[in-house]
Design a protein around this ligand. Structure first.
Ligand SMILES: [Zn+2]
Ligand SMILES: [Zn+2]
Length: 338
């Protein structure tokens, strides 16, 4: 079979890779329906994370079950399934507490930009739809496997409540999905921080009520202006840089909460500053599995349409161009079709 392999920064190739097969009785193999490039794939692509040996890429997927291991009874060949970038048994104490992305048997997915994918912990990880959904739903369901689930976690971790004010830092796919989540959870005012016109438009369509184009301390000053000088109830940090985290912490009101879901790169938090801010802080890899049944249902009922974050569709064998387009910000997110 063929799949994407990263060799060096800026060098992703579509080439022959080892066939996906059952290695453990808890595995499944799926045939990819659609997959995509993630903003976090750009960290190694841009040389911000070491690559080491050439290795496969991709952690977002929906597909058709091809084969299951002997211990997998929850899904069967032919079913359409949605999973998460972090696999989980869904039975250990961390899973029972709703933090499946800290599962004691967790394995992170990393081979999904390929024709077939091996899914470890398939029993706990995969959720099958009742019937095979129409192709128009596939992008939305794919978004649920990471960016929509992560945006939801940002809103959940930042304790968005009906009637509250939420600020979203970051206008990538996760930030845009975080706007959807804040709206679904009842935020009355949703302030999206974005300086890119097409993304501002999508943020508004997803439910943003205000757009702030300033960044850094100027951005914080704008948020304060919009919130009677106090700051926002909830801030959803969806970038992972030091500047974005500072912006998030300074935009929350005393007693407010920051949910941070961008993988931190060179972020350091000052203890004194955090202490006196009175801001609650929670983040980490999203427990997407906890949200899957609900989010799948919202997509299939057409209540939300997170698939709109995909603004470029390419055949899987042009995956390298998909990375380039996102790196150069010509695309928000690239959908790949086998
Ligand atoms: Zn991702
Ligand atoms: Zn577990």
């Amino acid at each position: 079979m063929r799949g994407a392999v990263i060799h060096a920064p800026g060098d992703v190739r579509f080439e022959n890779v080892a066939d996906a097969k059952i290695l453990q009785p808890t595995d499944a193999v799926i045939r990819t329906a659609v997959t995509c490039v993630c903003g976090s794939d750009l960290w190694p692509y841009r040389g911000a994370e070491p690559i080491g040996e050439p290795h496969p890429m991709g952690h977002e997927y929906v597909g058709f079950v091809e084969e299951v291991g002997s211990e997998v009874t929850s899904v069967r060949p032919g079913q359409f399934v949605v999973g998460s970038f972090a696999t989980s048994d869904n039975t250990c104490p961390n899973c029972a507490n709703g933090f499946q992305s800290s599962c004691l048997n967790r394995e992170f997915m990393s081979t999904c930009q390929a024709e077939y994918v091996r899914i470890p912990n398939a029993q706990g990880t995969l959720v099958a739809t009742d019937e095979v959904p129409g192709e128009e739903f596939w992008p939305g369901l794919l978004a649920v496997s990471d960016v929509m689930g992560t945006g939801w976690w940002a809103a959940d971790a930042a304790e968005v409540r009906p009637g509250s004010t939420a600020v979203v830092v970051g206008d990538g796919a996760v930030g845009l999905c975080a706007v959807i989540a804040a709206r679904e959870l009842g935020a009355e005012r949703i302030i999206a921080m974005s300086r890119h016109e097409p993304r501002q438009r999508l943020a508004r369509e997803f439910g943003a009520t205000d757009i702030v184009t300033e960044r850094g301390e100027e951005g914080v000053a704008r948020i304060k202006e919009l919130t009677n000088g106090i700051g926002a109830d909830s801030v959803l940090e969806c970038v992972g840089t030091a500047q974005a985290m500072r912006q998030a912490l300074h935009s929350a009101r005393p007693g407010g909460s920051v949910g941070f879901v961008g993988v931190p790169h060179d972020v350091a938090i000052d203890g004194q500053e955090l202490f006196f801010s009175h801001v609650g802080l929670r983040g980490g890899p999203a427990p997407v599995r906890r949200y899957l049944p609900d989010l799948i249902d919202r997509v299939l009922r057409r209540r939300i349409d997170p698939g709109r974050v995909f603004d470029l569709t390419l055949p899987l064998d042009q995956v390298a161009e998909g990375y380039r387009a996102m790196d150069e910000r010509r695309a928000i997110k690239t959908l790949l079709t086998p």
